[in-house]
Design a protein around this ligand. Structure first.
Ligand SMILES: NC(=O)C1=CN([C@@H]2O[C@H](COP(=O)(O)OP(=O)(O)OC[C@H]3O[C@@H](n4cnc5c(N)ncnc54)[C@H](OP(=O)(O)O)[C@@H]3O)[C@@H](O)[C@H]2O)C=CC1
Ligand SMILES: O=C([O-])CC(=O)C(=O)O
Length: 252
């Protein structure tokens, strides 16, 4: 049984807690301690108000499902505590020097940093961008204004530019832009749209290079408890955890 420490007792945390099979969430931490306590009571995990005490619990892996700020503050100490790490708030890795320091720490500690596929598909083969030339890479994300905590009467483009800038402006909505950038090895182009007639969180990926061309479109059901987050994002952590101890590795 894999033991999991959960950082962030919100929407994703609850989805994964409801489907514990080959893993058990044994320790939880949230910026609001009462939330960690309630979560601990419901799912039988120990709640912590002190992050260093949370790290002393003997867990194999910590799942960060909190915020870019949480990932930035705590990722290094999680690795230094000898735990593998799943990062959901991938925007934290947009800072290249921070990312390289984390990778170096993980290497020294012989630990892994996992970036789940999250709210998109195709991250596995998009890594060809690291070994082969890419001529074009665009992510177009379209969400209902509610998912962006905004209002709009018509379809409106609210951002065009590089992933690095987008994740800084919309850290709760465009972590996938950073996942794609890390996978393909370049700061990808991003368009962010809000559309009052779209009830899904849609991500379209346009990708051209030496290999040929690809177009991937996912139209995700928003999480009922947090419409900014696609339900698929939580499922992707579950599939990652389910396969962690499987000797058969698929889609690498
Ligand atoms: N990689 C991907 O594809 C995707 C990534 N995400 C990201 O995953 C993360 C979790 O999403 P979700 O569960 O829906 O978010 P929620 O807001 O529902 O839950 C996050 C929980 O973590 C808490 N939290 C925030 N900051 C901290 C902190 N510094 N320390 C401890 N707890 C903290 C929040 O508290 P409070 O509410 O008070 O802030 C909240 O209780 C988000 O960063 C989201 O942007 C989401 C979708 C896709
Ligand atoms: O869940 C989604 O559709 C994408 C998202 O919020 C993110 O990348 O942060």
């Amino acid at each position: 049984m894999i033991t999991v420490g959960l950082l962030g007792c919100g929407n994703i945390g609850h989805v994964i807690a409801k489907s514990q099979e080959n893993f058990k969430i044994t320790a939880v931490y949230d910026v609001v301690f009462e939330r960690a306590e309630a979560f601990g009571r419901e799912f039988g995990a120990s709640p912590y108000s002190d992050f260093s005490e949370f790290l002393k619990e003997p867990t194999d892996i910590v799942v960060e499902a909190a915020s870019v700020a949480a990932a930035t503050s705590h990722a290094e100490s999680i690795l230094l505590a000898g735990k593998d790490l799943v990062i959901m708030s991938v925007g934290a890795l947009a800072d290249i020097s921070f990312r390289e320091e984390l990778i170096q720490t993980a290497r020294e500690m012989k630990k892994k940093i996992h970036i789940p596929s999250g709210a998109i598909m195709g991250l596995d083969n998009i890594r060809v961008g690291q070994i082969s030339s890419i001529d074009k890479f665009v992510l177009r994300t379209t969400k209902n204004p509610k998912s962006l905590s905004r209002e709009a009467e018509e379809k409106t483009c609210i951002f065009t530019g590089k992933a690095y800038d987008c994740v800084h402006q919309y850290p709760k909505n465009t972590n996938v832009a950073e996942s794609l950038s890390i996978a393909c090895g370049r700061d990808v182009d991003v368009e962010l749209w809000m559309d009052p007639n779209e009830d899904r969180n849609m991500h379209e990926i346009f990708f051209e290079g030496e290999f040929g061309e690809a177009y991937i479109r996912v139209r995700n059901v928003p999480s009922p408890d947090n419409p900014a987050t696609s339900y698929l994002a939580a499922l992707s952590i579950l599939s990652l955890l389910k396969n962690l101890d499987n000797p058969l590795v698929i889609g690498a």
